[in-house]
Design a protein around this ligand. Sequence first.
Ligand code: RIB
Length: 315
Amino acid sequence: MARVIVFGSLNMDLTIEADRMPVGGETLTGRGFFTNPGGKGANQAVAAAKLGADTCMVGAVGEDAFGDELISGLKGAGAGTEAVARVADAPTGIAMIIRTQGENRIILDPGANHTLRLPAVSAELDRLSAPGDLFVTQLECDHGTTFAALAAAHDRGLYTVFNPAPAVPVPDEVWPAVDLLCLNETETEIITGVLPQDDATISQAAAWFADKGVDPVIVTLGSRGSVLLRSGSVTPIGACPVEAVDTTAAGDTYIGALSAQLAAQVGAGAEPAGLRVEEAARYASAASALATTKLGAQQSVPTASEVQAFLALRA
Ligand code: RIB
């Protein structure tokens, strides 16, 4: 089994539900407040670990109670935490999440997530990784560090999975270090200028990625499923209809599940060109759908047996 190394954010999520967003100057009574471990990086690491991968988290938290809770959440899921730094000069990252009518609005304070720099990430790659392992990252840590870390991982022979979330325009020089790109519709629009809504716009976005040499690409489309863009072809991955209660971390569960499946394939001898990405994406789609049926971030990530049972019901 190849190892999944996730470099990314750890946030404590503070989440509340309301019927609508308050307007300026208004105080609104909400309900259902709770805290739970989150952060795109940590959510992806928890999903990969719960779904069977040997997983290590590389990141940073403060020397505070939220940091303790995030580390124990990762450990509880089976992810390695020895590369999660405790920093004295910044608090643990937090995310304020407002849930309104099935949608999330999130405001982040990255805190310790923005303190890690390339030398620290490279040192962890030297300690933890071997060629063929997977390197998974997003955009909630320092962007320059993240882009450089992608190149450092790629240079070491790791298979890089990039989830550019929250999205910003990505410099062209980053793309050669990306082996697999996975992003949602809005992230696709921010990066390519095209919102993938139908066959024509999906083809336009696919042409943009092909021009940059990024292949394969998975674009997730919410309740419409996802599409795999690979070697000039577009393969739809059907959605798994469920009663969704909270979409927080559904995308992260998709990436973690996808990475765990690909790591298992590498462990079974697959070379990068021979990875069965479509098969892994179908599994990820099921895991992600299950995550939407529970409230919260890491607490909503399903176990491998829950995903197997769900897939068996759909077969
Ligand atoms: O993707 C969901 C995550 O985004 C939340 O857990 C929150 O922490 C933000 O990082």
